[in-house]
Design a protein around this ligand. Sequence first.
Ligand code: F6R
Length: 258
Amino acid sequence: MEIIVRETAQEMSKTAARVVARLLNSKPDAVIGLATGSTPLGLYQELVRMHKEEGLDFSQATTFNLDEYVGLTQQHPQSYHYFMHENLFKHINIAKQNIYIPSGTTDNYQAFCEWYEKRIEDCGGIDLQILGIGSDGHIAFNEPSSSLGSRTRIKTLARQTIEDNARFFDSLDQVPIYAITMGVGTILEARKIILLANGQKKAAAVAAAVEGPVTSMITASALQLHRDAMCIVDRGAASELKMLDYYQWIQAKMPDAP
Ligand code: F6R
């Protein structure tokens, strides 16, 4: 995995935005996998800025979101549909029909999950997947003990995730217990992956994902098996990495590398 350490969360977001922009400029009809939560907010702000000030064009792009809470309608302020619309889609020129987000209100989850996987495949697969990481090491809502070969399905959220996400709801018991999520296997099929993490609170999860063993107990560790995965972190999230000096040494030497 390529580890890129930036001083601040803002620089982390800008680095990730440059990767997205480079992809869209070379492949305007790229398929991009998107995450929600606090972590990618800066990235989305930067993409909106690039769209408005530099003409970054999303008109031919397709997006697939990782997950959605089961039971929340698209209009619910804490649904990931609402989040994506408010924080990205309404500010850029993406075509509505090219936006895919798992449904939290379908009456047939199994059929929906199969359809979602098939849509990704029919669109040519995901070119670039953006990920955040949970404090328990999850990617999307693949909680500890999720199969590393899992596909899109319903998952029961871990207590730690419910507690972490309670900050967005009025009370703990309003946080949904179930989510529909892409699987680890689905994610690993993306051609390129960027894992983002900022803040000290993510430091242990990042260290386990990047330097620990590959284990279903930290589903982000499965990224070690991917041939083109990048982990972009700020100082806080990098603070428990044992090989931090080495990653920074690589970065410093990069311009002279053969
Ligand atoms: C959200 C998602 C989750 C979050 C993770 C971190 O779509 O897939 O895995 O990325 O829970 O959330 P934040 O960024 O809020 O700390």
